[in-house]
Ligand binder design. Sequence first.
Ligand code: CMP
Length: 143
Amino acid sequence: MEKTFLMVKPDGVQRNLIGEIVKRFETKGYKLAGAKLMQVSNQLAETHYNEHKDRPFFGELVDFITSGPVFAMVWEGENVIATARKIMGKTNPLEADPSTIRGDFGISVGKNIIHGSDSSESAEREISLFFSENEIVSYEKQA
Ligand code: CMP
């Protein structure tokens, strides 16, 4: 079954949005396969955001994601990568539709509450960067 990596960013943790965000994916019907509150190291941040390393905001991005704890998650279900991106809304919260996570809670493109994998390749890469195999739980869930 398809899996994606989602991460409540430091602003989302500070604003007490972990529960609200988890609830949105639970009530949609997706299955939580792994989760942890953690501090991202500089090295992990630079690896995770490697594709943005030549962008002018790269330093800001790394500083922000390491500025406080994040809540890292693995979610599982049909088409979860693309659907999670719809539930999150556009990267820039000012362009995100109301009723999406970023549309409802964000106003800044840097502090945009949540990160989610944008493809199956990214999902695989990001899950293995943040989680070891024994932190991913496999279980049956009734709908
Ligand atoms: P994320 O999904 O975590 O992936 C890359 C991040 O870069 C993105 O969310 C935004 O938070 C951030 N980002 C994109 N554009 C800008 C920008 N112009 N200034 C600062 N951060 C940005």
